[in-house]
Design a protein around this ligand. Structure first.
Ligand code: ZN
Length: 326
C-alpha cells in the first residue's frame, strides 16, 4: 500500500513539477528528446522521464531505461536515425515507471527481447500491481553479471541501497562509460525512495563501493539530465558522505536548512539554488539536499521515512513537508 503511494507520488510530482516548469515557460515535462552521441555506438535520448541510453552491439540495440509509458515509438524513431538494427535487450536500472514505462512497446513488437534488472528490482516490479508484464525481468543479477563480450561487453554491478535497493550500474567496458540510473540524476542529491529500500544512510557506502569497484571509466550517464565525468561522480560520492556526516553531527542541534547550507562552500554544484531546466522531479539542488538531511534525520532516529517528492515553495528552499502523500 505504502509503495503504491510512493509510486503515485513520483508520477504526481512529475505533474506538479510540470506546473512549475510551465510557469517558467517550459511547457511541462518535455517530450522524448533528440538522440545525442556520447561515444562511438553509445547514445542518449533525454526527455519524457529517464534518460534512455542506446548501446549498439553486433547482436542489436541495447536500451538502458525506457522513460514513462507511451514513449516507445518516439524512442524507436530516434534509434532508427543512427542504426537499422533491432532492439535486442532492455536493461532497467531500477523499478520506477519513468525508467521502465515503455518496455512494453519493444517487448510487444519483439517478445524475444530480454529485460534485465537487479534481483531486488524484480522483487519490486513483481510486488507492484500496476506493473505491466513487459516490466518484469527475464534475467536478473545480484552482485555482478557480464553480458556479451569484447567491444559489446556490458558489466552490471550492484553495490547496495541508494535511490532504491535495486540500483544497477551498467558499464560499457570498451567505451569506458557507465549508466548510474537515479543513483545520480540532475547533479543533485538523489531522491530516496524508502518504499523500495532506498536509504540516505546506505548511500555513501554504496557510492564509495562504486568508486572503488568500477575501473577505467571516464563518462557517467546520469539517470536524468546530462552526462558527467568520473571525477564528477567521485565528487558526488564525497558530497553524499559529507551530507550524512553533517546530518549525524547536527541531529537535534541544527536545522536541515543550516546543515545543507553548510555544504555550499565545498560542494557548490550540488547545492545550487536555481531550478534546473527540464527537471521533472521539482526542487533545486539545495532543496533536495535539505530533503535528504530530513531523510537522514528520520533514518537516524529510526522513524518512518516520509520523503517529500514535491517542488520547493516559491521564495525559498523546499522542506520535508509539502507535497507529501500521507
Ligand atoms: Zn527513480
Amino acid at each position: 500500500m505504502r509503495r503504491t503511494w510512493i509510486l503515485s507520488g513520483i508520477v504526481l510530482l512529475g505533474l506538479a513539477a510540470a506546473g512549475v516548469s510551465a510557469q517558467r515557460g517550459g511547457g511541462g515535462i518535455p517530450p522524448t528528446g533528440t538522440i545525442e552521441k556520447i561515444k562511438e555506438n553509445l547514445y542518449k535520448i533525454g526527455g519524457a522521464g529517464s534518460n534512455t541510453t542506446v548501446f549498439i552491439t553486433a547482436a542489436g540495440v541495447v536500451l538502458i531505461d525506457t522513460k514513462f509509458a507511451n514513449n516507445g515509438e518516439a524512442i524507436l524513431k530516434q534509434v532508427q536515425t543512427v542504426t537499422d538494427k533491432p532492439v535486442s535487450m532492455i536493461i532497467n536500472t531500477h523499478t520506477h515507471p519513468d525508467h521502465n514505462g515503455s518496455n512494453d512497446y519493444f517487448k510487444d513488437a519483439r517478445p524475444t527481447i530480454e529485460v534485465v534488472t537487479h534481483a531486488n528490482t524484480k522483487k519490486w516490479v513483481d510486488a507492484n500491481p500496476q506493473s505491466k508484464p513487459a516490466m518484469k525481468p527475464d534475467k536478473t543479477f545480484t552482485d555482478r553479471m557480464t553480458l556479451g563480450k569484447s567491444k559489446d561487453q556490458i558489466d552490471l554491478y550492484w553495490f547496495g541501497a541508494a535511490h532504491t535497493n535495486g540500483d544497477a550500474f551498467v558499464v560499457f567496458k570498451a567505451l569506458r562509460a557507465v549508466c548510474v540510473g537515479d543513483v545520480m540524476a540532475w547533479k543533485m542529491a538523489p531522491l530516496i525512495d524508502p518504499a523500495t529500500g532506498g536509504s540516505v544512510i546506505a548511500l555513501p557506502d554504496t557510492l564509495e563501493k562504486a568508486v572503488k569497484g568500477i575501473k577505467n571509466v571516464d563518462t557517467v550517464i546520469e539517470g536524468h539530465g546530462d552526462v558527467n565525468t568520473w571525477a564528477g561522480f567521485r565528487d558526488y560520492a564525497r558530497f553524499n558522505r559529507a551530507l550524512l556526516d553533517a546530518a549525524k553531527a547536527g541531529l537535534g542541534k541544527q536545522t536541515p536548512e543550516a546543515i545543507a547550507a553548510s555544504l555550499k562552500p565545498k560542494f557548490p554544484v550540488f547545492t545550487k539554488e536555481e531550478l534546473l531546466t527540464d527537471l521533472e522531479y521539482g526542487g533545486t539542488p539545495l532543496s533536495r539536499a535539505v530533503i535528504n538531511v530530513n531523510v537522514a534525520f528520520q533514518e537516524l532516529r529510526g522513524e518512518p521515512v516520509t520523503t517529500n517528492f514535491g517542488p520547493p515553495r516559491a521564495g525559498g528552499p523546499g522542506r520535508g513537508g509539502e507535497g507529501q502523500q500521507k
